[in-house]
Every structure is written in structure tokens, then in C-alpha cells.
Design a protein around this ligand. Structure first.
Ligand code: AMP
Length: 403
């Protein structure tokens, strides 16, 4: 089946982000989002070509109404008119969060797949039900079109047992699925494939460390082009320090706090929403721009927080270098990896034990572009590679339908 236009949808419980791609040229035709779905004053943002709008809507009571709005805008000649009719949408690719152990690749979203996916909701209670609402809304409006699910966890399904097993009684894994799954897989896969092109190396010979550093961050060891280990765990709380997430802590801290009168919900909020840069930075913000400017102004609390953040990145990169033996490149991506020269300028010297050096002049100029930022004498080259999860989802969707 020949397909051309792929709509990529990323649904949250009250939001729906989208991008439309012409896959012949891998060109983005339109993008935008509906926010505050099912809440007062929903917001609609839509951009295509020269046309751009942001407006408050009368209503978007549910995901079906939201996707109808999107499709109507895509065919509206007054809004750039990138499509003639809904029938010009050839396929929809959905960002699905948790595929558990069921999905190691992208799949056509049949009723059986959606039923199985729903059963995984206990593993991602905030995300999976929202994804389902998005899929169902899109299937209501675009009923005759194939829908494909692309899972955040899929890339990490190649991890060996020594990477994904927690050292807990086996029944906890076997009965409850408690193991490491990993997240941001679509981004790690995108930059891995791009890195193979840049290094002009066969994918299955690539040993690299990919660092997706943003509000949520994860670091992955890629061995022979496949995920060998990753820093996030059963949930996206584990691993490096993040914007509002604590990252790795001694698990006994949770028990200690419970025994000292904190409720499970309070501890959950502390670790997921009030931790990380927000907790330690002393600026009241989880944003790296605020943290870095406070560091520049000599704020010592902020400087310690930046050092703590970089320390956590360096621990994973160092550990993964030991596991991989040979590392062809370290890749930085995500909002921080792509844009925060201050964070990168702190990170590369923290990797000096691996023989990594920084080209400070180049680093200062790099924002959202592909570039090597390590020195010529660096034992491992360090690249900034902008990620493009939406394009990766469109590519996966295209591949599933054309296979
Ligand atoms: P993400 O979750 O990938 O969108 O990344 C968000 C993070 O990237 C936030 O901490 C931002 O402060 C950081 N970020 C985005 N743009 C910049 C920038 N121009 N300079 C420094 N940090 C940035």
C-alpha cells in the first residue's frame, strides 16, 4: 500500500499534540496542539507554512472533538489548506508510552493490540489510559485509516536480563512485571540511527552512549546498534537527576519516610514533581535556563545543583563506557543536550577520566544544531544531535504499513 501523508499524534490526558508529514520528502506540513481538553477554555495552536494561530476555543470536551478540530484545520484553505480532504491522511502514528514486554517494535493498532495495551495500564497509570483516549478519538474521526502504535519502551526491549532484572524475589518480576523497561526509546533510536549515518558505520557495529537530557532525562548504552542498558527503570523516575524528578535514590528512603508519617502520595509528589533541579537549585524553577543563569550570578546553591546533575550524568556515562568497552561516540540530545552550553561545558570536563575533552569555542556556538563539541584530542567524540521523535514515529508508521 503506497502511503504519503502520516499524521503523528501524541495524546496526554488533557492534551493532544500533532505533526503531519509528507513522507515522500520527510517534510513536516503542519503541527500544533490542543490543550486543556475536557477543561475550561481549551487552547488550539496550529502552524502550517506561513499560517499560524493560537486561539481559545469554545469547547474541546474530549479527544474525538480535539482531533476533529485538527483535521478540520488541516483541510481548511483559509488555514494554509495542506490537505484537500480527510482522505489525504494515509496513516496515523501514535506515541504510546508503555508497551511492557509485549512490544519490541511498532505495531498496527488492532482491537486485540489495544486490549492488550489497556492491560498494561497499571505500569503507567497516568500515561497509557491517556494514549488510549487519543487513539480512540483518532479512530472515531479517521476510521478507514491504519493506526500504528510506537512505544517509548520498545527500543529498550533488547536489554539482556543482567540489565533489566532487579535483584528482588523472582515472583515480583514474574507476577507483577517489576523490572527495568526504560523510556524515551523513540528518541534514543532516532539519534542512534542518525549517528550511524554521521559516522558512516553499519548500525550493528555501533557502540554509543545516547543521552536524552531534558525535563525528563535518560542515558542509554547502545551496543551493536541495540539498547544494552538504560538509566530509567520500571518507571521514568529512575536514573539521572532531572527537572523535577529525583532520579536514583536509596529505595529505603521511601520506607523511612513512610514510617515517619509521610503518605505514599506525598512521597510520590516529592520524588516526581518536587525533586531534581527544582528541589536543589534554590531558584524555585526546574528549568535549566534559570539554574544556569543563577550559577552565572554566583549562586552557590545553584552551582551545587548543577554539579550534582552533571555528576549523575557522568556516573552513567562512565559506567556504560565500562560495560561497552569501546565507545564510538557520546550523543547529547533533548532540550538540555541540544541547547544548554553551560551544562555541556560542565559535563565534558567531568568525563576527563575517559579522555574526553571539550572544544569550548564550538560548544558556545551550538544551539539546536548537529555538531561535534569535543576537542580534536578527545578519546571519545561527543556529538550534539537534535532529536526528532515525531519524525521517528512517522518513519515507524510508514515502515509498519509498507512491510
Ligand atoms: P525538553 O524536556 O527536552 O523539552 O527539555 C527542557 C529543558 O531544556 C529545560 O530544562 C530547558 O531549560 C532546557 N532548554 C531548552 N532550551 C534551552 C536553551 N536555549 N538553553 C538552555 N536550556 C534550554
Amino acid at each position: 500500500m503506497g502511503i504519503r501523508n502520516v499524521l503523528v499524534v501524541n495524546a496526554g490526558s488533557s492534551s493532544l499534540k500533532f505533526m503531519l508529514f509528507d513522507m515522500e520528502a520527510e517534510k513536516m506540513l503542519a503541527k500544533g496542539q490542543v490543550e486543556r481538553i475536557g477543561i475550561d477554555n481549551p487552547l488550539f495552536t496550529f502552524t502550517t507554512g506561513d499560517y499560524s494561530e493560537k486561539q481559545t476555543l469554545c469547547e474541546a470536551p474530549n479527544h474525538t472533538a480535539a482531533i476533529k478540530l485538527v483535521c478540520n484545520a488541516l483541510v481548511d484553505p483559509a488555514k494554509g489548506g495542506c490537505l484537500k480532504s480527510f482522505a489525504d491522511i494515509d496513516a496515523v502514528g501514535h506515541r504510546m508510552v508503555h508497551g511492557g514486554e509485549l512490544y519490541s517494535g511498532s505495531v498496527l493498532l488492532t482491537p486485540e493490540v489495544l486490549e492488550a495495551f489497556e492491560k498494561l495500564s497499571p505500569l503507567a497509570p497516568l500515561h497509557n489510559p491517556a494514549c488510549l483516549q487519543g487513539v480512540q478519538g483518532c479512530q472515531n474521526v479517521l476510521a478507514d485509516v491504519p493506526h500504528v502504535g510506537v512505544f517509548d519502551t520498545a527500543f529498550h526491549q533488547t536489554m539482556p536480563a543482567e540489565s533489566y532484572l532487579y535483584a528482588l524475589p523472582k515472583e515480583v518480576y514474574e507476577k507483577y512485571g517489576v523490572r527495568k523497561y526504560g523510556f524515551h526509546g523513540t528518541s534514543h533510536k532516532f539519534v542512534t540511527h542518525r549517528m550511524a549515518e554521521v559516522l558512516n558505520k553499519p548500525l550493528d557495529e555501533m557502540n554509543i552512549i545516547t543521552c536524552h537530557l531534558g525535563n525528563g532525562s535518560s542515558i542509554t548504552a547502545v551496543k551493536g546498534g541495540k539498547c544494552f542498558d538504560t538509566s530509567m527503570g520500571m518507571t521514568p523516575l529512575a536514573g539521572v537527576m532531572m527537572g523535577t524528578r529525583a532520579g536514583d535514590i536509596d529505595p529505603a528512603v521511601v520506607l523511612y519516610l513512610l514510617k515517619n508519617g509521610f503518605t505514599a502520595d506525598e512521597i510520590d509528589a516529592m520524588m516526581n514533581k518536587k525533586g531534581g533541579v527544582l528541589a536543589l537549585g534554590g531558584t524555585g524553577s526546574s528549568d535549566m535556563r534559570d539554574l544556569c543563569s543563577a550559577c552565572g550570578e554566583g549562586n552557590e546553591e545553584a552551582q551545587v545543583a548543577l554539579a550534582r546533575l552533571v555528576h549523575s550524568y557522568a556516573m552513567y556515562i562512565g559506567g556504560y563506557t565500562a560495560l561497552l568497552g569501546r565507545v564510538d561516540a557520546i550523543v547529547l540530545t533533548g532540550g538540555i543536550g541540544e541547547n544548554s552550553k553551560e551544562t555541556r561545558a560542565a559535563l565534558l570536563p567531568a568525563l576527563s577520566g575517559l579522555g574526553v575533552t571539550l572544544n569550548a569555542e564550538v560548544n558556545n556556538q551550538v544551539r539546536g544544531i548537529e555538531k561535534i563539541i569535543s576537542g580534536d584530542d578527545s578519546a571519545i567524540p561527543v556529538y550534539v544531535i537534535p532529536t526528532n521523535e515525531e519524525l521517528m514515529i512517522a518513519r515507524e508508521t510508514y515502515a509498519v504499513i509498507n512491510q
